[in-house]
Design a protein. Structure first.
Length: 527
């Protein structure tokens, strides 16, 4: 396992497994003696010096985290739903009584959400996650699948997706350490992929403490932090290992270093991102690629597409498993005229090739430009999905409203603000998402009608205008600032606080659902 005394960090590491202990474990170990002394003194004072407690009373066991980080406990969904139902019952009871006792303004009630978070956009204060893959059913029919594997000059791979695919237990040889994994699994796979192209780029994600995706990653689960070294043994649970951001950061740097020293055949080149920098197996001008501040590999891969296209590689294939990449690839072809951009999409039985350039030609320039905002506002990793509204419905409504395309284009191209004119068009758009035959133009009026006459659940009516405004700002930030600058190595981004986000007590970004208080606190009749 190597020499543990050469470890220079302040971390507490298990000598056999290289698991890094959590901060609460370190605190438990550091303060164990003084806690024990304090409890001993309390025992003597309460049971011997005085008679505050019977001498034979059970001593409570300490539940300090020891020798492992432990998993975060998430609140029970059933308890959360029960509490929400009780809150709704109390709220509507008060509203009924107030309307009977005095002339209550029901319109004011529907201007507010019935919780601190909008049920149409949030599931108990967490973003509603939709099915992004539904958009594929709208886009894929525009490009027929090729009968054979396309011939390309360069392949660009999402490294994080690749290590999820290449699990050590599925290797043909015995893999015991991370050195074995790099030598016998990862690098041989890259060299096989390189045989059918001139260049292969591996693009890794970055994990920052102030990421907007922090909450999304937390929902995927947690595991034990591990120090990734050549001699460190491969963890038994590979998926649990990859749930920890620090583990992935160390693994990505380790594999990038392995790529850098790999010998490639003459005329072939391997390229890999390494933090904000780029490494390669041959001399390559990477001034357009570094330093790069992109967090997600999804849009950093578009930067590598642009770099390859600039250096004369016209046929490009991107390996990905995320719908975001397809959307970004379609939009990227507008800036790379003459580029043949393919996606090797999915895995296993769902694997297929998608021609992004063909889809872009079928959609037209304007539709491609507005596609970023359409995809964001209907739900992505940093923007909520509308409850019970899928991307197919969103796509169909957009195609039926020609005036909406200009708004989508503007909000997909580094907007300075969301204007009142934008909101008027978007309110009508959202009303039609929930009721295709409605003549109403504002979401607050639609909320009242659909709830009182449509017999809808509270989460199946549109969000209030105040909540929708913040939702639109989050979608504009993702589409118009982050995605729109995918081909810029160091994009200039405004503060998320101006675009529908706020910092919590721990310094993490969380959605600002609405600037209006919930109904029970904001409606005069209910206070």
């Amino acid at each position: 396992m190597g020499n543990p005394f050469t470890e220079t960090s302040a971390d507490l590491i298990a000598m056999d497994t290289k698991v890094v202990m959590a901060d609460e474990v370190i605190q438990s170990i550091r303060h164990a003696e003084e806690i024990g002394k304090a409890q001993y003194k309390a025992f003597v004072d309460e049971r011997i010096m005085t008679t505050q407690k019977p001498f034979h009373d059970t001593i409570t066991k300490n539940s300090f985290p020891m020798l492992k980080s432990g998993l975060r406990k998430t609140p029970s969904k059933s308890k959360s739903k029960t509490a929400s139902m009780k809150s709704d019952l109390q709220l509507f009871s008060r509203m009924y009584i107030s309307c009977q006792a005095r002339e209550g303004d029901i319109d004011v009630f529907f201007e507010h959400e019935n919780h601190a978070w909008p049920p149409s956009l949030a599931d108990h204060n967490a973003m509603r996650q939709g099915n992004k893959a539904d958009l594929l059913r709208c886009l894929e029919p525009l490009a027929p699948r090729p009968p054979t594997t396309p011939n390309v000059d360069v392949k660009i791979v999402d490294g994080a997706a690749l290590v999820h695919l290449l699990e050590p237990k599925h290797a043909a040889t015995i893999v015991k350490t991370f050195k074995d994994y790099a030598e016998y699994v990862f690098i041989p796979y890259l060299l096989r992929q390189l045989q059918a192209s001139t260049r292969l780029d591996v693009v890794w994600d970055s994990y920052t403490t102030d990421s907007l995706k922090a909450n999304t990653r937390t929902c995927r689960g947690t595991g034990d932090p591990l120090r990734v070294l050549k001699q460190t043994r491969i963890p038994q649970n590979w998926k649990s290992f990859l749930r920890v951001d620090s583990n992935k950061t160390e693994l990505f740097k380790f594999l990038a270093s392995a790529i850098e020293v790999t010998s490639t055949p003459t005329g072939k080149i391997l390229v890999s991102t390494k933090g904000e920098s780029v490494v390669s197996t041959s001399v390559l001008d990477v001034s357009d690629l570094e330093p790069c501040t992109h967090e997600e590999a999804d849009y950093r891969m578009m930067l590598h597409c642009a770099h390859a296209f600039k250096h004369g590689l016209k046929k490009i294939m991107v390996h990905a498993t995320d719908t975001d990449v397809l959307v970004l690839a379609i939009v990227a072809t507008i800036q790379m005229r003459g580029c043949e951009l393919w996606l090797a999409f999915g895995s296993g039985n769902t694997f297929r090739y998608i021609a992004a350039h063909t889809i872009a030609d079928a959609l037209g320039v304007d539709c491609c430009k507005g596609l970023l905002f359409m995809h964001a506002v209907s739900g992505c990793d940093t923007v909520s999905s509308f409850s019970s509204i899928g991307k197919k419905t969103t796509w169909d409504v957009w195609r039926s409203l020609p005036n909406l395309t200009a708004v989508f284009i503007r909000l997909s191209d580094t907007p300075e603000e969301v204007t009142e004119a934008d909101m008027e068009e978007l309110e009508r758009f959202v009303v039609l998402l929930y009721s295709r035959t409605s003549q109403i133009t504002t979401v607050n009026a639609a909320r009242k009608q659909l709830f009182s006459h449509g017999n809808r659940k509270i989460e199946n009516i549109p969000p209030s205008r105040a909540a929708l405004y913040q939702h639109v700002k989050r979608a504009s930030f993702q589409a118009g600032h982050i995605w729109a600058q995918a081909m810029t190595s160091s994009p200039t981004l405004p503060s998320p606080s101006s675009w529908g986000w706020k910092l919590d007590d721990d310094g993490h970004w969380i959605p600002l659902w609405s600037v209006l208080p919930e109904a029970s606190k904001g409606c005069r009749e209910l206070v």
